[in-house]
Structures are given as structure tokens and as C-alpha cells.
Design a protein around this ligand. Structure first.
Ligand SMILES: [Zn+2]
Ligand SMILES: [Zn+2]
Length: 277
């Protein structure tokens, strides 16, 4: 059976500073799920545990006291609305959630590609594709080395353009998307090694390729390469729109469908969590 679009487990509310859109509220998010026949959705606002040291203004404002304002979450007749978070990994590879808070969340997402946070997430701020590729690999590897509840965790948007955003201004690579020059440096052997480890640890791999519908053939091939390796190594996948605005919620469904088709995913490739809560 084909991988069904029955969930979205990476959604921000207005509580995320980068959303700050009053329309992006619990009721609107639940409506999106109901309109599209989703059975499970998860709120994942940006989060850094205030009991841990942080050195970043963005996260200092988004501790547990802040994101728990979303609770209690409204439940739909056929929709389970779960509470999660999208935390962060800093430059010393610390993840922004302490053990005592694991139980507060149904799902914990860790992004390893938020490299736009510059000095907070990397030792030296270099706009060098080789350094970014090193960080892509190393941050992924360090996350898997942790003792964390991987059965209810996901790794976010692995092919996100934030790993090296923008266009080359000039030179040999003018017109190239920078993030692609990072992904091209990571060979299939490394992908297989990392995803074999991810499959063994049981962490979910997020399906989130933006903007997949606007990509040419070559870009698609490059962004699909890690997910193909993940599938080959037995990883399980979940859908995540990463929507910050209502319009982004509704745009997610056709994109999910296109990604599922491109990867030829089946129901058995799906990551499950929260079913017994
Ligand atoms: Zn993110
Ligand atoms: Zn997000």
C-alpha cells in the first residue's frame, strides 16, 4: 500500500517568533488537518530549554514556559493533535532539551541544517561549501551518538536551503543555489553510513523538500539522493510541512504527494509515534 498522507508532524504556531501570525493558531491548524483528512498532526514550535545555557536571542525567548501556552490542544473527531517541539543543536553539538522535559513532548524534532544561526551553531562562520558539508555530516553523526528517546524523535529538513542559503553572486558558480553545492560534496557512501545508523537508532526522517514543485530535474535528483539512501538503509519517514503560515499549510499536501511518488514510498516506510498516548 502506498504511503498515505494522513499526518503532518512539523507545524509551527504563532508562538514561534518567525511565524508571529495570529491566524496560525491551534484552531486553524486543526482545520487544515480536518480539511485534508489527516489523522495525526503535531505542533512543533521552536524551542530551547531555558534550564540550559543558551547564547542566542532567538531561542532565549522560546523556552518551555513560552511554547506551553499552546496547551491544551484541541482534538478533532478524527484528528489527534499532539504536542512536540523543534529544538536545536548548538556549535558544541548540545541539543536544546534536558532529559527532564522528554516526557512533556509527544515528539521532538532536531534540525541539523539550521546553519543560518551562524555563531550559535558553528565554531567558525564560513560560507564555504566544504565546511558546510562537514557540518551536515558531523551534526547528524553527533545527534545519533546521543542517548535520547529516538523512538519519538525526528530529524528535520535534511535538504533545507538554510545549510547555505542564497545565490552565488558571481564567479564560476554564478546562478547556482549554494545549498546544492553543499549536498554535491556528500557522497552516497556517507549517506548510507549515516542512514544505516539512523535506522538502527530508530529516529524518524522528515520528508520536507521545499520547494519541490519548482525544482528542475537536476535539483530534484540531488535533493532526493539522501532520502533514497535513507530508504535503502531501512529508515522510516514522516511528513512535515514546517508551515509557519496558513497558506503554507495548504500548499503542503500536493508537495507531500509529489515527494512520496518520487521516492515510491509505501506504508511500511512510515515512522510511527504517539499511537498509544
Ligand atoms: Zn527548522
Ligand atoms: Zn520548523
Amino acid at each position: 500500500m502506498k504511503f498515505a498522507i494522513d499526518h503532518d508532524c512539523h507545524i509551527h504556531s504563532h508562538l514561534s517568533i518567525c511565524s508571529d501570525d495570529p491566524e496560525q493558531n491551534n484552531e486553524r491548524i486543526l482545520k487544515y488537518a480536518e480539511d485534508n483528512g489527516l489523522r495525526k498532526i503535531c505542533l512543533t514550535d521552536h524551542f530551547w530549554d531555558e534550564s540550559l545555557p543558551a547564547r542566542c536571542d532567538f531561542y532565549n525567548k522560546q523556552g518551555f514556559e513560552h511554547i506551553k501556552k499552546a496547551l491544551p490542544l484541541p482534538q478533532g473527531e478524527n484528528v489527534k493533535f499532539l504536542f512536540g517541539c523543534e529544538t536545536e543543536m548548538d556549535k558544541d553539538f548540545n541539543v536544546g532539551i534536558s532529559e527532564k522535559l522528554y516526557d512533556k513532548f509527544d515528539f521532538i524534532i532536531v534540525p541539523t541544517t539550521h546553519l543560518h544561526f551562524n555563531a550559535f551553531v558553528m565554531e567558525k562562520v564560513l560560507y564555504d561549501p566544504e565546511y558546510r558539508a562537514y557540518l551536515w555530516i558531523e551534526r547528524f553523526r553527533k545527534l545519533l551518538e546521543k542517548d535520547m528517546p529516538f523512538h519519538k524523535m525526528g530529524i528535520a529538513h535534511l535538504t533545507c536551503q538554510l545549510m547555505l542559503a542564497g545565490e552565488w553572486e558571481s564567479g564560476e558558480l554564478a546562478g547556482e543555489k549554494k545549498y546544492l553545492s553543499v549536498l554535491r560534496l556528500i557522497d552516497d557512501k556517507i549517506y548510507r553510513e549515516l542512514f544505516a545508523s539512523a535506522a538502527k537508532k530508530g529516529i524518524g526522517i522528515e520528508l520536507n523538500i521545499y520547494p519541490f514543485e519548482n525544482m528542475g530535474e537536476e535539483e530534484r535528483r540531488e535533493v532526493l539522493r539522501p532520502y533514497r539512501a535513507a530508504k535503502e538503509m531501512g529508515c522510516r519517514f514522516y511528513l512535515g510541512s514546517d508551515a509557519h503560515k496558513p497558506a503554507e499549510l495548504d500548499a503542503a499536501i500536493p508537495r507531500f504527494a509529489a515527494i512520496i511518488d518520487a521516492l515510491e514510498l509505501k506504508e511500511e516506510d512510515k515512522f510511527h509515534f504517539g499511537e498509544n498516548n
